[in-house]
Design a protein around this ligand. Sequence first.
Ligand code: ADP
Ligand code: MG
Length: 447
Amino acid sequence: MRLSKFFLPVLKETPSEAKIISHQLMLRAGMVRQGAAGIYSWLPLGHRVLRKIEQIVREEQNRAGAVEMLMPTIQSADLWRESGRYEAYGKEMLRITDRHDREMLFGPTNEELITEIVRSGVRSYKDLPKMLYHIQWKFRDEIRPRFGVMRGREFLMKDTYSFDLTPDEARKSYYKMFAAYLRTFARMGLRSVPMRAETGPIGGDLSHEFIVLADTGESEVFCHKGLVDMAVPSANTDFDGDLVGIFNERTSLYAATDEMHDETEFNKVPEANRLSARGIEVGHIFYFGTKYSEAMKCSVNGPDGKPSFIEMGSYGVGVSRLVGAIIEAYHDENGCKWPVPVAPFHVGLINLKTGDAETERVCTELYQKLEAQGVEVLYDDTSARAGEKFATMDLIGLPYQIVIGPRGLKNGVIEVKNRNDGAKDELPPDAAFAYVTDAIKKALELA
Ligand SMILES: Nc1ncnc2c1ncn2[C@@H]1O[C@H](COP(=O)(O)OP(=O)(O)O)[C@@H](O)[C@H]1O
Ligand SMILES: [Mg+2]
């Protein structure tokens, strides 16, 4: 992509309404623009990151055996009356009346709608288990939207729903999502810790929030340090096999958010291993048994011919929140530092002297060669000053910068900068091409 064709409205000043670094950088780097409180447009740069995160989430859901679909944003109030949540949900639900005076709502979540779909499409226990998901915009009329996309009113969520015949089977579905989430966040460069969360009236131990540690996180969390560095399930994980080991290994160590925190239990962790910190909730998984299936009469006939209510769970990932969470984890005073798998482009190519025939030639050739290898390049072909080009590239934080100008070319070299560690190398164009192509391919392979 040539910068001259792209749309990158960067800001020089930090908008005063932005209180945390990710919000500041997303506005300054021209990633999002607020339309109304807690409602954002995703500008081209931010949109590219959002889609990459979404794609990683999708790949890991598919790997775990969940099946993608798409439900609408607008739902009928009647379904929510069946579950009893239409009244219970309160002011967070955006209620809409259509021209026929029918009550509608902008979906804050989808348990009711998916339960309705499954009850009409599943008859026998042989149709189970099923895991279905979609990635769709939600609306929750949060009383205090803040921190940009971290706590928005309109936000993109991946939500999966599991359907099983028995509680034991439901537990297996829960383990699949548990393992899939660890992989999902790790592929974005995030270390996530599953922490016990409120289970509500059903009780039990099957509700976990996946927390990324960050000073600006909204939740106060307490855990055993060992959880932070624990290895993530590999790409070869057999999701049809027994995953209880992955679950037990983590849940045997203390980890809880403030709502579930138990000081006495926490103090049993050796002091050197106690970690109390702040964190960002990037995912939340939940087993709730027959709460919705009973209320909405969603049942299957078992092997004995008798009907039984389906055991359900739901599993959310905050796709748009993750954009902010990743910036919180990867930035410096000059801007973002994207991990390769979620970077809006892999390489920023800077032409230091537009109009200079030799510089133009080397830039264009390298640009085309990299793109042909699947390396995504943002080519700054504009006539802006060098200092401004450098500042913009650092701000938007592409993993590699390649700087080409007449002075270097006289000696046959161009500069490659690694945005992550700041290391710079002067290399002949061919060597620079090989180095960058290799580095990008390796970083993407780790998946
Ligand atoms: N207002 C919001 N803005 C952005 N992301 C959100 C918001 N609310 C929830 N999410 C994301 O969606 C995931 C699933 O939501 P859920 O657990 O149902 O929400 P909550 O914890 O707010 O009750 C959360 O883990 C979080 O990552
Ligand atoms: Mg939650």
